[in-house]
Ligand binder design. Structure first.
Ligand SMILES: CC(=O)SCCNC(=O)CCNC(=O)[C@H](O)C(C)(C)COP(=O)(O)OP(=O)(O)OC[C@H]1O[C@@H](n2cnc3c(N)ncnc32)[C@H](O)[C@@H]1OP(=O)(O)O
Ligand SMILES: CC(C)C(=O)C(=O)O
Ligand SMILES: [Mg+2]
Length: 528
């Protein structure tokens, strides 16, 4: 009933709402669970393990509601090998069009001896009784020998064979504590397939935990050996280090179809939206470098990679971002980026810079990237704008400044400017505040006094290392001039903006001085 006709089709069994919810901090309420269950159905999972109905009235209700409302996938409830659990699970899933009970019982020596306190014989009997009781109520029964990967192989094979005889339709082999490694896990699956009578009548399933970071690798190794159901969770949430991540195993099968030759029924374009929905529901964020759905999974900062990506995305990406539901690859500008990526970004932002201007923006971008962790579009725009204004001939250049402010002191500043003849000019002045003191000092050095009519500072980007933009509107000789400058230091941004206005005034004065005596064109000097 659950075996798809195609022998190469893998059944995707999602246990986000059961094993996933077992991770500390991941509990969800009924509405959140229903929302995720509908998302899983749309994604195309074959089985939803909706909960452990005996665990609490809330868990029972969620499984029951999902069974009632989510039509399509098999809806499964978990149960220990005891009557109360199994009957409760049957009650919870019975309204589903395709219900399943999943009974489990640990088989490893450590669990037998210390947790269950049962002999091998008792385990065999409880497993058989459990499967039979479930089969009496529901036709689709999955059996899991918990901690299978640490169970003696001969005993594991015996339990599994007895579960098949008792009527289990799916046999799941859990690596409960993430102890297996791929070759070891593949050996277990191969051994069971070879030795267990009747195993071919069942779907062989894998259920891996990520304690050694091997859950996906182990699952893939088992699928390669003939397992045809994979148990997994969205974002890999689950006990301790989590379960096999659904998005990873699905995309591995899809991307390496050439190697595995297996398919799933998953609509991969819904992977990212569902991953985000789950993060919102649980409050558990996905790490940035998480495969497939992490923020960095389709982002490139290194210049050589960005150049490759711009020339052909296959150089550095093995999957297309749109195939997992991301609109496009992100070329993140940072200290490791190169000119190709910067040129692309500047052109995307609508600028048309010459090669020379681009090189200058590139230099200041590298300096900025050394000081700042995240470079935003607004940072690049500010650099490009500054470069466009730079076409004004600069008489004065800011060399250094200090300023002093605080309660009980007079705000003062000392400024050092370099004139375009190479001479350094230094002075100091008081002001109403530190920025006013810097402006006054610049006035004293340059001999030009501007009347500031508007002055504003704002953060152009975010975070503690954000760039500040200083905007100044000033008047000189009855004309208004405006400018802006950016820096991670707002006093520096203000000084640079003020000096930019002074340079424009100086350029204007020079032009006026030259006017009567020469006939050189001064079209390049912008007017005030
Ligand atoms: C590997 C897995 O993920 S297994 C699923 C784990 N998930 C959960 O445990 C989440 C939900 N669990 C719960 O809400 C509670 O543990 C309950 C309601 C199921 C049980 O609560 P309690 O009755 O108070 O028992 P508690 O959890 O303290 O102990 C578990 C009991 O179940 C027994 N047990 C464990 N597994 C099984 C099993 N597969 N079949 C039968 N008995 C089992 C234990 O030996 C222990 O029995 P004891 O009380 O005779 O010592
Ligand atoms: C209930 C079983 C399948 C389980 O979650 C495990 O063994 O990890
Ligand atoms: Mg588990």
């Amino acid at each position: 009933m659950t075996t798809p006709n195609d022998p190469n089709r893998v059944i995707v069994f999602d246990t986000t709402l059961r094993d996933g919810e077992q991770s500390p901090g991941c509990s969800m309420n009924l509405n959140e669970k229903l929302e995720i269950a509908h998302g899983l159905k749309d994604l195309g999972v074959d089985v939803i393990e909706a909960g452990f109905p005996i665990a609490s009235p809330g868990d029972f209700e969620s499984v029951q509601e999902i069974a009632r409302q989510v039509d399509g996938p098999i809806i499964c409830g978990l149960a220990r090998c005891n009557t109360a659990d199994i009957d409760r699970a049957a009650d919870a899933v019975k309204h589903a069009r395709r219900p399943r009970i999943h009974v489990f019982l640990a088989t490893s020596a450590i669990h037998r001896e210390f947790k269950l306190r049962m002999s091998r014989e008792e385990i065999l009997k409880r497993a058989i009784d459990g499967v039979k009781r479930a089969r009496d109520q529901i036709a689709d029964v999955e059996f899991s020998p918990e901690d299978a990967s640490r169970t003696e192989l001969d005993f594991l094979a015996e339990v599994v064979e007895r579960a098949v005889e008792a009527g289990a339709t799916t046999l799941n082999i859990p690596d409960t504590v993430g102890y297996a490694v791929p070759t070891h896990y593949a050996d277990i699956i191969r051994h069971l397939k070879k030795t267990v009578r009747g195993i071919d009548k069942c779907v062989l399933s894998v259920h891996c935990h990520n304690d050694l970071g091997l859950a996906v690798a182990n699952s893939l190794a088992a699928l390669k050996e003939g397992a045809r159901q994979v148990e997994c969770t969205i974002n890999g949430i689950g006990e301790r280090a989590g379960n096999t991540a659904l998005e990873e195993v699905v995309m591995a099968l899809r991307t390496r179809q050439d190697y595995y030759g297996l398919t799933t029924g998953i609509n991969s374009r819904l992977l990212l939206p569902l991953s985000r929905k789950l993060s919102h529901a649980t409050g558990m964020q996905v790490q940035r470098n998480k495969a497939i759905v992490g923020q960095n999974a389709f982002a490139h900062e290194a210049g050589i990679h960005q150049d490759g990506m711009l020339k052909n995305p296959n150089t550095y990406e093995i999957m297309r971002p749109e195939d997992i539901g991301l609109s496009r690859t992100e070329l993140v500008l940072g200290k490791h980026s190169g000119r190709h990526a910067l040129r692309q970004k500047i052109s995307d932002l609508g600028y048309h810079l010459s090669d020379e201007q681009l090189n200058k923006v590139f230099e200041s971008f590298k300096v900025l990237a050394d000081r700042k962790k995240d470079i935003y579009d607004a940072d690049i725009e500010a650099l490009a704008d500054t470069q466009i204004h730079e076409s004004v001939q600069k008489v004065w250049k800011l060399q250094a400044f200090t300023c002093n402010a605080g309660t009980g002191t007079l705000p003062s500043a000392a400024v050092s400017l370099e004139r375009n003849d190479g001479k350094i000019h230094r002075d100091a002045a008081l002001g109403d505040g530190p920025i006013d003191a810097v402006f006054n000092t610049i006035d004293r050095i340059t001999g030009i006094t501007l009347k500031v009519v508007d002055y504003r500072v704002r953060a152009v980007t975010f975070g503690g290392d954000a760039q500040g933009e200083a905007f100044i509107e000033a008047e000189y000789a009855g004309k208004k001039v405006t400018t802006r400058a950016v820096s991670t230091d707002i006093v520096e941004a203000s000084a640079l903006a003020y000096l930019d206005l002074i340079n424009r005034v100086t350029a204007r004065q020079d032009r006026d001085r030259l006017k009567p005596t020469d006939n050189v064109s001064h079209d390049a000097v912008p007017s005030l």
